[in-house]
Design a protein around this ligand. Structure first.
Ligand code: A3P
Length: 289
């Protein structure tokens, strides 16, 4: 509904996430080979996009063209862009931070594959706090305590972390691969292998190694720092920024320990604990490495 839509996007200062665009999403023409890359912001969206792009580019026996189109996020900008999406070649890799109820129904009826990346919510909150400070499209929140309070109440852009995850978890009919950020950190080649099997893109062990290397934090950060342009309109993975230099901060598991006090940790438990425990997926998140 539009009230929900309004509250989701009220934090975005500019029209980067357009309400008109959201209203037109029901006209979206899904294809069976569309792949949706879903995440709550700051969970590793750019990382997954890099892995997926490299996987398809391998020109594997199951995907000899090596072609893939990484589109702009579903919810990004003006409705007229929906037409452009129609003309893009398959397979389309479509990122979005939207909760399940706001995503075009056709993606569900056509059984499109979904990759959902989950990151432990404490590190996600910390990452988002820094993003709020750096990203000119988001409001300034100077104090960590203030930000955490907003995060726990779900009063941040894209709403509550746990509700977002539950919306995708509860409605999954077997076409979703849930990938933990912490698992990617622990054993990237293993995860790349699993993702390739899920997508049906056959790659060799050497290729898995190569993809893992190219998508390491160090290499991705170094590449972005070398780019001359701060923003690349053709490569927008998160609707909240086209400036990839804002993305690669620390890339670590457990940074929450440098931010949360004991009281804040208890507050986290009190506010999110029950909902987290109601989902196997949410309660299996790892908080340290
Ligand atoms: P930090 O702010 O904790 O460093 P998103 O892409 O969803 O906006 O998520 C951004 C977060 O993912 C940032 O977290 C960023 O550093 C981290 N990230 C991006 N690429 C990564 C990689 N290759 N390895 C580990 N973390 C990565």
């Amino acid at each position: 509904g539009s009230a929900r839509t309004m509250s989701l996007v009220k934090d975005a200062k500019t029209e980067r996430v357009s309400i008109d665009r959201l209203r037109t999403l029901d006209r979206f023409d899904a294809r069976e080979d569309d792949v949706l890359l879903v995440s709550y912001p700051k969970s590793g969206t750019h990382w997954l996009a890099e892995i997926l792009k490299n996987l398809y580019h391998c020109r594997s026996p199951t995907h000899p063209t090596g072609q893939v189109t990484l589109t702009q996020p579903l919810e990004f900008q003006d409705p007229s862009k929906l037409g452009e999406l129609k003309n893009l070649p398959s397979p389309r890799l479509i990122p979005t931070h939207l909760p399940k109820n706001m995503v075009p129904r056709e993606l569900q009826t056509k059984q499109c594959k979904v990759i959902y990346v989950i990151r432990n919510p404490k590190d996600t909150a910390v990452s988002m706090f820094h993003y709020y400070q750096q990203n000119p499209h988001l409001p300034k929140v100077d104090k960590w305590a203030t930000f955490l309070d907003m995060f726990l109440k779900g009063e941040v852009v894209y709403g509550s972390w746990v509700d977002h995850l539950l919306s995708w978890d509860r409605s999954d009919n077997g076409n979703t691969l849930f990938v933990y950020y912490e698992s990617l950190k622990k054993d990237l080649p293993k995860c790349v292998q699993e993702i390739s099997e899920f997508l049906g893109v056959k790659v060799t062990e050497d290729q898995v190694r190569e993809i893992s290397k190219k998508s390491s934090f160090r290499e991705m950060k170094a590449r972005v720092e070398k780019e001359k342009e701060r923003s690349d309109a053709n490569h927008i993975v998160c609707a909240l920024t086209s400036d990839r230099k804002l993305i690669f901060r620390k890339g670590a598991v457990g940074d929450w320990k440098n931010h949360f006090t004991q009281d804040q940790n208890s507050q986290f438990e009190a506010l999110l604990g029950e909902k987290i425990n109601s989902s196997e997926l949410a309660s299996s998140v790892e908080y340290e490495c």
